[in-house]
Design a binder for this molecule. Structure first.
Ligand SMILES: [Zn+2]
Length: 350
């Protein structure tokens, strides 16, 4: 008993003496004209602020060679991305590319290039003209051709980014198992969601890549009180029990530091907390992680990896806000301030 207690305390002490393993930043992909600015930011700012992971949401803004019909406006070239890869390597930052899978296949009136080019993949084909009355479109997870297609995009982007991890998004999926889909209607939504997670994870695992994803669909809105954005009202939460535990959950909460990171860690998942523009929430999330790591077994403590700060504005706006230059975007200003406060806190030991 005494030996076990000593072992636990020494292991916990060893964990607590280290800084959190993941100190991440999430950015949208830069415009093509912002590549030099982004390179400079990666080289100069990220090491100074202690950032060691950069998740970059490229989406369809890359010159995909296999499926040029889904290439979005102002796409980055292979050379553009290689410049970012080189900057990350110099700065000792792990670059993780992202494409939103399943949900977020439209934004406002704009439908994603995937569903514009391939409307047959739409979960609700022909419904909601102009995207009126919905938040975002989804692709159909049971369409027989959708996975070979998105796997090509994932593989191409992961390869150019030289990444051993890939972020598949999967947040805020509201359209799932819909009446308009002949394959999905009437199916259990948790099973549909879990099936999609497993399919994407298995594909990435085959090339030794770790899957990262947002965690909101794994939380039940009614039970947690987190609301229908940061948690699910559409019955997907039980999917957590039916997906592989080697995915990394990005547990985003922007208004309050819900103690869900320990929940994911106790369920066997590695997890990072994701704040946005409220410095107080970001700091309370760090408090929660540190306290939970201090009071958990070493196995559970080691799963609470750290943080992934989000920005939700253009890279240019965020960088200008960071440097204190003239910037009108209030959200960029707030996110940059929260990022600085968070980074300063993370640089403290432990
Ligand atoms: Zn479907």
């Amino acid at each position: 008993m005494k030996t076990a207690l000593c072992c636990l305390l020494s292991c916990t002490a060893a964990l607590m003496s280290q800084s959190l393993p993941v100190r991440g930043l999430h950015l949208r992909a830069p415009l093509t004209g912002e590549i030099p600015l982004t390179e400079k930011f990666i080289r100069e700012v990220l090491p100074k602020e202690g950032v060691n992971v950069l998740v970059m949401a490229f989406g369809y803004r890359y010159q995909y060679s296999k499926h040029p019909e889904v290439v979005d406006k102002d796409p980055l070239s292979r050379d553009d991305i290689k410049r970012l890869v080189a900057a990350c390597r110099e700065a000792n930052v792990k670059l993780i590319p992202q494409i939103n899978m399943l949900g977020h296949q439209s934004w406002g009136k704009e439908t994603s290039p995937l569903l514009r080019a391939h409307p047959e993949f739409d979960e609700t084909p022909g419904a909601y003209p102009g995207n009126q009355g919905i938040y975002c479109r989804s692709y159909c997870p049971l369409h027989p051709q959708v996975h070979p297609f998105v796997f090509d995009l994932i593989d191409e982007l992961a390869e150019v980014c030289e990444s051993d991890a890939f972020h598949v998004g999967m947040d805020e999926v509201f359209l799932l198992g819909e009446e308009q889909c002949p394959r999905c209607r009437g199916r259990n939504k948790a099973e549909l969601f879990a099936g999609e997670v497993r399919t994407l994870r298995d594909h990435l695992a085959a090339s030794n890549r770790t899957m990262w994803m947002w965690g909101d669909r794994f939380l039940d809105a009614a039970t947690t009180g987190c609301g229908k954005w940061e948690a699910a009202e559409n019955g997907t939460a039980p999917a957590l029990a039916a997906v592989p535990k080697d995915i990394v959950v990005c547990d985003w909460h922007y208004e309050a530091a819900h103690p869900t990171a320990p929940y994911f860690a106790l369920q066997g998942f590695r997890v990072v907390s994701s704040p946005w523009r409220k410095a107080g929430v970001a700091l309370r999330q760090v408090d929660t992680i540190r306290l939970a790591r201090m009071n958990s077994s070493p196995a559970v403590a080691s799963r609470m990896l750290g943080v992934l700060h989000t920005t939700w504005c253009g890279v240019g706006a965020f960088v200008r806000a960071y440097y204190g230059e003239k910037e009108e975007d209030q959200r960029a200003l707030e996110s940059a301030m929260a990022f600085k406060a968070l980074s300063a806190e993370l640089r403290k030991q432990p």
